[in-house]
Design a protein around this ligand. Structure first.
Ligand code: ADP
Ligand code: ZN
Length: 518
């Protein structure tokens, strides 16, 4: 297909010489009339994939986007570059909506942004049906999947709405975060053939991934900002309370920070967001309410002060660093007790039982990410179904501590799990191994087991960490949702049989036990 026209629009309207990876292929599919799924990392340039075709088509391109609060800004930005665009969402009164629809009829606009909730209204869908729509772009398409991490019921109305459009527009679904299961779900719901999926991969070569375990959050953040005093960044926390607390802490230390969470008045949120976008505020401290659709290119770091609930959410939030392609950092501060907060969110949620179990499992994957000693990037890509080599940049790839042979300890843990017949989780296993005397252990006569107390000389917490390590490394697996139980895997069995040794990099403290002055 000849893409000369598209190339020209890229240059004249947007001022870019070359397509980014994937853009050409997606645009080619769209211009050929195919329903298409585009999976590109955050900052990969998804918007141009529908904006360029929109300018080449005679009719209208409808963009479905969940980012109501940003729609006006997005549309203003397009208008500034001379692209006629408008939006319709719940912030507008009905007469205004009618005016805009009338203008669309007259061919005034090439692009129309709509919130997915609009599609719940039959009257609105009917009005859309009167327009010459050539392309329907579905942004943040993972919201259509109940297996994604940000399911929005309104997205389910999309397929019905599409059927009611007499012009049968082609569909372009776009997302930066889709496991293979979610991608399949998007394709099924929007009738996109598997051949029409363009996936540029999830790797972000300019993003350095780091996991920091068991350190004091306040100290870490303050030290980090002392060294990176000029850098713009986002600090994510799980609760509004923690966001407020961290903002106060930073402000007290004369760091220019502002909070963002759903509990703040709209006006203040808008103001803080704008201050951050225009570099008047250095650090945005935020819950996950912040960030989707924010196009701030010079974010140098994203620190998660608390562990998020899923690896998808983590990678999407972390990916907001370095959209300009320059080296940037994504740091996860991990403490196992923070997992409890996420656990609580799932407990309290209104999901049905199956989805709760699924959410607990996702949380376990997040926990494994924090505890793996393998390459962090590889872990993430693997989760999204992509093979890769170790990145050489992440904190695990750069970890030059000597790995120690921990085979004996591992055999103790694994044999205890076997003795417990895979009926118990991490807590009990660690208690039995360290010889705890609590009621649950004694009531169930677990103190009678031969493995009871065989790691008495270690703290329960460090045995728990060894279990996390073994789970992340695939020697153990954690089965079930809310109260997962541990099982030994086939790989673990080889260790029990003495066919394989296990090496682990240990915390510095433990290493200091070795003689220091020889
Ligand atoms: P995404 O939606 O995939 O996260 P955007 O569409 O917001 O990413 O694009 C991210 C940034 O990259 C924007 O500032 C955009 O202008 C820029 N960009 C997009 N395509 C190109 C290109 N071909 N060449 C240079 N910059 C581009
Ligand atoms: Zn790595």
């Amino acid at each position: 297909m000849d893409l000369t026209a598209a190339q020209q629009v890229l240059k004249t309207t947007f001022g870019y010489d070359d397509f980014r990876p994937g853009q050409r292929s997606v645009i080619e599919h769209v211009l050929s009339g195919d329903n298409t799924l585009a999976i590109m990392p955050t900052g990969g340039g998804k918007s141009l994939c529908y904006q360029i075709p929109a300018l080449l088509f005679d009719g209208i391109t409808v963009v479905v986007s969940p980012l109501i609060s940003l729609m006006k800004d997005q549309v203003d930005a397009l208008n500034d570059s001379g692209i006629p665009a408008t939006y319709i969402n719940s912030s507008l009164e009905w007469p205004e909506i009618q005016d805009r629809l009338a203008a669309l009829h007259q061919g005034v606009y090439k692009l129309l942004y709509v919130a997915p909730e609009r599609l719940d209204s039959e009257a609105f869908v009917h009005a859309l049906g009167q327009l010459p729509i050539d392309l329907l772009a579905v942004d943040e398409a993972h919201c259509i999947s109940q297996w994604g991490h940000d399911f929005r019921p309104s997205y389910l109305e999309l397929s019905t709405a599409i059927e009611q459009l007499p012009t049968h527009p082609r569909v372009l679904a776009l997302t930066a975060t889709a496991t293979q299961q979610v991608a399949r779900d998007i394709r099924d719901r929007l009738q996109i053939p598997a051949d029409d999926e363009v996936n540029t991969g999830f790797a972000r070569d300019n993003l350095n991934l780091t996991v920091v375990k068991d350190q004091d959050t306040d100290r870490y953040v303050l030290d980090y900002l002392k060294v990176n005093a000029e850098a713009a960044g986002i600090i994510y926390a799980s609760t509004r309370k923690e966001v407020n607390r961290l903002t106060e802490l930073l402000t007290k230390h004369h760091i220019n920070a502002a909070p963002y969470h759903a509990g703040l008045p709209d006006e203040q949120r808008r103001q803080n967001q704008e201050d951050f976008l225009y570099d008047r505020v250095q650090v945005m401290v935020a819950t996950n309410a912040f960030g989707m659709g924010i196009d701030k290119s010079n974010v140098r770091f994203v620190i998660h002060a608390q562990v998020p609930g899923t690896l998808e959410a983590y990678y999407q939030e972390a990916g907001r660093a370095g959209r300009d392609g320059l080296p940037s950092e994504a740091i996860l501060l991990y403490r196992s007790q923070d997992l409890q907060i996420q656990h609580f969110f799932i407990d309290q949620s209104e999901m049905d039982e199956a989805h709760k179990q699924h959410a607990y499992q996702k949380l376990q994957v997040m926990n494994q990410y924090a505890n793996t000693q393998g390459c962090l990037q590889q872990f993430i890509l693997n989760y999204f179904g992509e093979q890769s080599e170790p990145c050489g940049r992440c904190s695990n790839c750069r970890d030059d501590r000597e790995a120690q042979d921990v085979t004996t300890d591992v055999q103790k843990v694994l044999s205890c799990v076997v003795r417990l017949r895979a009926r118990y989780g991490k807590g009990i296993v660690a208690q039995v191994l360290t010889g705890a005397h609590n009621k649950r252990v004694l009531d169930q006569q677990l103190d009678q087991l031969p493995t009871y107390g065989i790691m008495r000389n270690q703290r329960q917490k460090s045995v728990g960490e060894l279990i996390d390590f073994l789970t992340a490394a695939g020697y153990l697996q954690s089965v079930g949702g809310q109260y997962p139980t541990l099982q030994v895997t086939a790989l673990g069995v080889t260790v029990l049989k003495g066919e394989q040794q296990v090496f682990r990099k240990m915390a510095r403290q433990a290493q200091r036990l070795a003689p220091e002055d020889d």
